[in-house]
Design a binder for this molecule. Structure first.
Ligand SMILES: Cc1cc2nc3c(=O)[nH]c(=O)nc-3n(C[C@H](O)[C@H](O)[C@H](O)COP(=O)(O)O)c2cc1C
Length: 194
């Protein structure tokens, strides 16, 4: 039996296990995500911080077993994401709401949606569910497929979710990407102590 490749972060700082364990996987097993577990992930997302507690996020999703709905979301992805996303247990679209509930524009909506997505991913990894965010989608197709009013919402990132499987079942170039070690810039490259 092939072994499942885990791409845990190697770091010289004592970063929390949960953060080190999250990575953007592509090889998903056939195991479904229970609706109750998915709702736990979405509830976790809702506990992210947001400007004025505006909670400018929205998620549209489909389980793999919701064949037609899954296909609708999948078909909006770019060809580079479609092959491996076909095996995701859940596909979701994360959208930002552009206005606060009082109608005023929300300048940090995308920031807050990103925070919610990160929170969702960390909750997911604590439950051995891997998430993979994607900007590789067709915006116009997504707007049409989901019937979006872009004065109010904007699709920002798709997310594939599932339980991890062997990298070997992926075709190239996805298999190599699945096996390539993760890297990060050093602190000196992105921080400055004034
Ligand atoms: C907004 C956003 C868009 C991304 N778009 C894609 C994508 O379209 N396809 C893909 O394979 N990965 C995509 N990724 C995943 C990144 O490539 C990945 O997060 C990055 O390489 C760091 O790897 P890690 O998440 O495994 O730590 C995206 C990530 C983010 C946050």
């Amino acid at each position: 039996m092939e072994s499942i490749n885990i791409k845990k972060a190697t770091t010289d700082h004592p970063i929390h296990e949960l953060i080190c364990s999250r990575w953007s996987a592509r090889s998903f097993s056939e195991k479904a995500i229970w609706q109750e577990d998915l709702e736990t992930l979405l509830a976790a997302a809702s506990w992210a911080f947001s400007a004025n507690n505006g909670q400018p996020w929205r998620y549209v999703y489909a389980h793999h077993s919701d064949t037609e709905a899954f296909q609708k979301i999948w078909s909006c992805l770019m060809p580079g994401n479609q092959p491996w996303c076909a095996n995701a247990a859940v596909l979701m679209v994360s959208l930002m709401r552009k206005q606060f509930d009082n109608g005023k524009p929300n300048a940090t909506a995308m920031h807050d949606l990103g925070a919610a997505n990160a929170t969702l991913m960390l909750q997911a990894i604590s439950m051995s569910i891997y998430g993979h965010p994607m900007a590789g989608f067709d915006r116009e197709k997504t707007i049409e497929a989901l019937g979006l009013d872009t004065d109010l919402v904007e699709p920002v990132a798709f997310i594939a979710l599932g339980y991890l499987d062997e990298a070997d079942k992926l075709e190239e170039p996805f298999k190599t990407r699945e096996l390539t070690p993760r890297t990060r810039k050093s602190l000196g490259e992105f921080t400055e102590r004034l």
